[in-house]
Every structure is written in C-alpha cells, then in structure tokens.
Design a protein around this ligand. Structure first.
Ligand SMILES: Nc1nc2c(ncn2[C@@H]2O[C@H](COP(=O)(O)OP(=O)(O)O)[C@@H](O)[C@H]2O)c(=O)[nH]1
Ligand SMILES: [Mg+2]
Length: 257
C-alpha cells in the first residue's frame, strides 16, 4: 500500500482526510492491504452512530441525507457519508445550498462524503462498505450515514451494520406497501414517509400506521414524515436518530472488515 498500515492507521485516528480517503480506497479495492488495515482498525471502532438510510429508488434518500447533514452539522456533529448508490450522488447539501454555504468552513472539516460502487450480490452492501464505515468511525466521525438502495437483501445487511436503520417509503406505494412491509418492518428502527408534501402521503402514513398497530407493542417502531426538499421534519428525525444513542455497538462493522 506504499505506507505501513500502522502508520496509515495513526493518520486515520488523527482525522487526516487524505489518510481516510486513501484507506477507503484501499478497502474499496479489496486489495492485499485491505485485510491488514481492517484488522488494525477493528480495535478503534464502535464509537460512531451508524445510520442506515434505505428504501426504493426515488424515495428521496439522497435528498434526505443532504438535509440530515445540514441538520446534524448544525448540532456540531462530524458526519461521514457512504453512498452505495452512485446514481444519485449525495452532494453535501447542494440542494439546501444557502444554509450549507453559510457554514462552508465547518462543512469542509466536518463532513466526509464518499460514493462506493455497489458490488457483489444484487443490491448488496459489499464488504468494502463495512470497511469504509470502520475507517470513518476510527477517523472520528460522530455519525456515519450509509445510503443504500433497498432491494431485499441489502436492507437486511444494513440492519446488521447500522445502529439505526431508517427505511424511507415514498408516498403512494399502495399495494407495494403490502409487498414491502414484511422486509421493511423487520429491519426498520424508524419508518419514514418522505415527500410528505405530496397528497398521497397521508394515505401512505395511514396504511403504515395501521400495519404497525398489528404488531406487538415492543415491535412497533416510530413512524415519521419529512419533506427532504425543504427540510421539514428533519430536525425531529435527527432527534429520533440521536435519541437512540448507541443502541448497539455495530460489532458487525468490525467483524466483517
Ligand atoms: N416533492 C418532493 N420531492 C422530493 C422530496 N425529496 C426528494 N424529492 C425528489 O425526489 C427525487 C428523487 O430524490 P433522490 O434523493 O435522488 O432519491 P433516492 O433515489 O431515494 O436517493 C428527486 O427529484 C428529488 O428532488 C420531497 O420531500 N418532496
Ligand atoms: Mg440516492
């Protein structure tokens, strides 16, 4: 890798952006250096709150992640983002440009965004995603957000990696909610209807609410709504996410690397 892994790890722990970027590239390439690095990093992980954001294409996940970055930066959190969906890249808040530009200095230092190609099995999170989470965790990012396209298996995988899994449901899914529900209910820590500005959103919220009420009380998860485009509902979502604290240490992140 052109540098001793132990040295690279020291630079990651010091929060050096170039070292973090390099380490994620190594992990992504799954080359010879990746395993050694992963082993060295494993002991420095488990501090970050890993937030999975999953759901069907077009639900507004990337837009929501942008809005969450702005909200969480405003609360002084350092944010790492891994987007396993190169089709709609997370921009770091371009959609909420003015608010972000006002804190551009802080943004540069406190936000690290990286897209990874989704490889391996269909829609799946690759092993390199777990490694990238570990790098950002060790690099001192308080919240690591992972955007993945919900496609069955990847939802289950993100649930094993994430402290908090937010399943984003677009309005108007109708019958599709029926099909989705088994999968999403198993993995969701927070169920979120985005695009709440759309008239069909009320119906979708009611459907999901009815579905949740059939569950035993201890298996009901919060049902929330947002307009990611305007930021409406995002502070409440951030409260709900952060309120879960370190619900569990994502040991899988350390083990899978
Ligand atoms: N009306 C409305 N459109 C939204 C909202 N959030 C995202 N969108 C739009 O939905 C489309 C898909 O958004 P994107 O974030 O790329 O979805 P992703 O595929 O789930 O990441 C884009 O055109 C967004 O501008 C919202 O809250 N309301
Ligand atoms: Mg996206």
């Amino acid at each position: 890798m052109g540098e001793q892994p132990a040295n690279l790890v020291q630079r990651i722990l010091a929060g050096e952006r170039r070292a973090i970027a390099h380490a994620i590239s190594l992990a992504d390439a799954e080359g010879p250096g990746a395993d050694a690095l992963a082993q060295l990093l494993a002991g420095h992980c488990g501090r970050a709150h890993v937030v999975g954001v999953t759901g069907p294409p077009g639900a507004g996940k990337s837009t929501l992640v942008n809005a969450l970055i702005v909200e969480l930066r405003g609360r002084g959190k350092r944010i790492g983002v891994i987007a396993v969906d190169p089709s709609s890249p997370v921009s770091g808040g371009a959609l909420l440009g003015d608010r972000v530009r006002m804190q551009a200095g802080a943004l540069d230092d406190g936000v690290f965004i990286r897209s990874l190609a989704s490889r391996g099995h269909l829609g799946g999170l690759s092993r390199s995603t777990a490694s990238a989470i570990a790098v950002l965790d060790a690099g001192g990012y308080d919240v690591v957000i992972v955007e993945t396209v919900g496609a069955g298996q990847s939802e289950v995988e993100i649930a094993t990696l994430a402290t908090t899994c937010v399943v984003v449901v677009p309005p108007g899914l109708g019958d599709e909610v029926q099909a989705l529900k088994a999968g999403i209910l198993e993995v969701a820590d927070i169920l979120l209807v985005n695009k709440a500005d759309r008239p069909e959103a009320q119906r979708t919220l009611a459907d999901l609410n009815a579905m949740l009420r059939l569950r035993p009380a201890h298996r009901r998860v919060p049902l929330m709504s947002t307009v990611a485009l305007s930021g409406e509902g995002v502070p409440a979502l951030a409260d709900a996410i952060l309120g879960r604290g370190q619900a569990h240490v994502p040991a899988a992140a350390a083990q899978m690397v």
